[in-house]
Design a protein around this ligand. Structure first.
Ligand code: ZN
Length: 172
């Protein structure tokens, strides 16, 4: 298990559509272990494989925010089966969009079908933060970032800021 580098916007890889996983085997489990380490190290509550440069439809999450009682969740090939018409707003952030936050409106509950760490089919009924987080992470699988929901002006301001930070980092 190891901590990987998290890609940040702007980066073309983050805009790629991730591919379905055929079978949850040793390689996929090793990837999920690395993703979990990377997410806890960051720290964050969710991470998609593409954020460490792997275009597979795999997500890890832990919304418990409890150091002592970790509750990792693994989602392979997640598909949203149902979503509520009612929406809620959360202030979202993203490990690939460092230090930027914005209120995003999404369905406040959804049902997700996926394969778990052992490759078993499962259905999750999510609401609240869990529903927001899974929808945010599933967007990553389509190459979508939360800033895409903002106005063009706001989005371009954020990308400009992030590009500047990147250039400065390279100079140092
Ligand atoms: Zn994200």
């Amino acid at each position: 298990m190891s901590v990987k580098k998290i890609l940040t916007e702007p980066n073309k890889l983050l805009r790629q559509v991730s591919k379905s996983v055929e079978k949850v085997g040793k390689d996929e489990r090793a990837l999920m272990d690395d993703m979990l380490d990377t997410m806890y190290d960051a720290p964050g509550i969710g991470l998609a494989a593409i954020q460490i440069g792997v275009p597979k439809r795999i997500i890890v999450m832990d919304i418990s925010r409890d150091e002592k009682k970790k509750e990792p969740m693994f989602f392979v090939n997640p598909v949203i089966k149902n979503k509520n018409e009612e929406t809620s707003k959360y202030e979202e952030g993203c490990l690939s969009v460092p230090d930027q936050f914005a209120e995003i409106e999404r369905p406040n509950a959804c049902e997700v079908e996926y394969l778990n760490y052992n490759g078993k089919k499962r259905i999750l009924k999510a609401d609240g933060l869990l529903a927001t987080c899974i929808q945010h992470e599933m967007d990553h699988l389509e190459g979508i970032l939360f800033i895409d929901y903002l106005s063009k002006l706001k989005k371009s301001m954020i990308i400009k800021k992030l590009s500047k930070i990147k250039v400065n980092r390279e100079i140092l």
